[in-house]
Design a protein around this ligand. Structure first.
Ligand code: HEM
Length: 209
């Protein structure tokens, strides 16, 4: 195996890739990159956006594989989708931690708990917890593939909540475009599944690490 192939296959390399965007948070924390609302708020925003973009990537991989079944990049990413899921949870955790720091008191947290923008975030986060806890091979084996897969389907309602959360914070073209792209990919997959069923072919199930 060549050195480049070894590097690409190394989980450490993939973890390093996933952690790269956190450099921006360290810069905000140690430098004066906090903008007018302070570093805690800057990190809160950046971690939220990162978690959401990674969530969209993780969800977009299955439709992409259906559309481009021969793509090696998509296959490579699909094999590492669990790691992407763990990164979604980790960045959500950072987002939550800096939200708590930003607010500064339990009273303030409880006061705004039921506001739709906050509630959607909390519910999505609580859906992510069991998915993150069971994202290792030992738990998958212990639960059995079918039950594990059913639990993982919670990602779809969580994604809808995250979409609502982001759109309530800012109704801007950026978030709308990202979620519209994901919706378009899912529609393509549905169309391919239905037309393949008609012609007697089943779509290949994605394989993961
Ligand atoms: C755990 C409960 C959560 C709370 C309390 C929470 C709280 C917040 C708050 C207060 C903001 C507004 C920041 C601002 O004023 O600009 C925000 C923005 C955001 N949140 Fe959350 N959030 C939570 C969970 C999540 C999760 C699970 C995700 C994604 C996986 C997420 C993604 C985002 C995004 C993308 C933004 C917009 C960032 C921006 O302004 O650019 N949040 N969140």
């Amino acid at each position: 195996m060549t050195a480049a192939k070894k590097l690409l296959n190394s989980p450490y390399f993939f973890w390093a890739l996933l952690s790269l965007p956190s450099i921006q948070m360290i810069v905000a924390l140690v430098g004066d990159g906090g903008g007018s609302r302070g570093p805690a708020h800057e990190i809160l925003e950046w971690a939220g956006v990162l978690a959401t973009l990674l969530l969209i990537i993780a969800l977009g991989l299955s439709p992409l594989q259906a559309i481009f079944p021969k793509s090696r990049v998509v296959a490579w990413l699909l094999q590492r989708r669990r790691y992407i899921g763990v990164a979604v949870f980790s960045y959500s955790l950072v987002h939550l931690a800096f939200y708590l720091v930003d607010l500064g008191s339990l009273r303030a947290v409880l006061d705004e708990l039921t506001a739709p923008v906050i509630l959607t975030g909390w519910v999505a986060f609580f859906i992510f917890i069991p998915m993150a806890v069971t994202s290792n091979a030992v738990m998958t084996r212990a639960m059995g593939w079918r039950r594990w897969k059913m639990l993982q389907r919670g990602v779809y309602p969580a994604a809808v909540l995250v979409m609502a959360h982001w759109l309530i914070v800012e109704l801007e073209p950026g978030p709308v475009i990202f979620f519209a792209l994901l919706g378009a990919l899912e529609l393509c997959r549905l169309w391919l599944t239905l037309s393949n069923r008609k012609s007697g072919h089943e779509l290949r199930q994605p394989t993961e690490a």
